[in-house]
Design a protein around this ligand. Structure first.
Ligand code: NDP
Length: 324
């Protein structure tokens, strides 16, 4: 038996409950993994509220690290006893153990702890594709990154610094701005106290950034577009403040032939080989010391409701880990 966090209806954090269930054996292409730690991500909130709908009842959680217990037919990249970590569909990672598709589960190097693995798979592979697979970024490029002190944010600050990219971050408090600067942001604007658009213009000598990366969504999308130089790129990748309102294509023309994409990590992870490459690239950044994993807070599984409340109310910094 294993504990698992499920919802029977979409709604607030209080809708989550812990149930016991049988784990079973893996079929072809699957593994059984016993978790040591799970990661908390904003996508878990969207799935819990129904913004990203699930068939109900459904288990929650998209990321974990642990030890492989059994592998099904056709699984060759993992074996029982291996340390492993993943960010993967389907939701259900907030649990002691599960059977799941093997393709997106990755061998975890010994040098990276289970807690660190659970903290970085989803957020770190997101930064990997944002910096390397959407738009060709080069040393010296200026990037606007919204919510720079969050889980994805602090990893992005460090990744940018390690590649010579000038990351201009935003965050909701001066303390969070300080943290983003410590982790490698070139600048950080407290966007609850200052309009970030003129600040970004000032910091770029009036030119604007070549790319904006925006996981905050509704509250910042328009401002992010205003910070981008002509022919630049807008990467919208999240909705922490709510989904972005519909955009007229003519807006992109009037602001200088901008490009716009709305990305999701799971498109990039869908290919097994690419997923494994992305994980290796992320692990190499950690092992080289370029990225230090910032676990801002941990909660035991029994306190999953408190963990969701903290993430939604902007109280967290860095990554959040659920211990088992
Ligand atoms: P964070 O740790 O960054 O938490 C979200 C942060 O967003 C908050 O701490 C807060 O920072 C900021 N924020 C601004 N407005 C609000 C609001 N109204 N309510 C809540 N938070 C707000 O979360 P994650 O690192 O898990 O994810 C960051 C974003 O990236 C999310 O939107 C997530 O969905 C997205 N994401 C998208 C992926 C993709 O591939 N599309 C993959 C991974 C993440 P502050 O107080 O500083 O404003």
């Amino acid at each position: 038996m294993a504990r698992s966090v499920i919802i029977e209806e979409f709604g607030g954090p209080e809708n989550m409950k812990i149930v016991d269930r049988e784990v079973g054996d893996p079929g072809a292409g699957e593994i059984r993994i016993r978790h040591k730690a799970c990661g908390l991500n904003f996508i878990d909130v969207y799935q819990r509220t129904g913004l990203y709908p699930l068939d109900l009842p459904h288990a929650l959680g998209m990321e974990a690290a642990g030890i492989v217990e059994a592998v099904g037919d056709g699984v060759t990249h993992l074996k029982p006893g291996d340390r492993a970590a993943y960010a993967s569909m389907p939701p259900g990672a907030y649990c002691d153990a599960r059977v799941m598709p093997a393709a997106q589960v990755c061998p975890l190097p010994d040098s990276i702890s289970f807690e660190e693995g659970a903290a970085i798979m989803l957020q770190g592979m997101t930064v990997e594709y944002l910096f390397h697979r959407v738009w060709p970024l080069e040393a010296g490029d200026k990037v606007l990154f919204q919510a720079a002190a969050g889980g994805v944010g602090l990893l992005a600050c460090q990744w940018a610094k390690s590649e010579g990219i000038e990351l201009i971050g935003t965050a909701g408090t001066d303390e969070k701005c300080k943290l983003a600067l410590e982790y490698g942001a070139a600048h950080c604007i407290n966007y609850r106290e200052h309009d970030f658009v003129p600040e970004v213009k000032k910091l770029t000598g009036g030119a604007g950034v070549s790319v904006a990366m925006d996981g905050v969504g509704k509250d910042t999308f328009g401002g992010s577009l205003d910070c981008i130089q002509p022919l630049g790129m807008m990467i919208s990748f999240g909705n922490a403040s709510g989904p972005v309102d519909p955009v007229s294509l003519l807006t992109l023309a009037s602001k200088g032939s901008l490009k716009l994409t709305r990305t999701t990590l799971f498109t990039f992870l869908a290919d097994h080989a690419r997923c494994q490459d992305m994980a290796k690239h992320l692990f190499s950044k950690v092992e080289s010391g370029a990225i230090k994993v910032k676990i801002g807070q941990t909660y035991p599984l029994e306190q999953i409701v408190d963990a969701h409340r903290a993430l939604e109310s902007r109280q967290t910094t860095g990554s959040t880990v659920i211990t088992l």
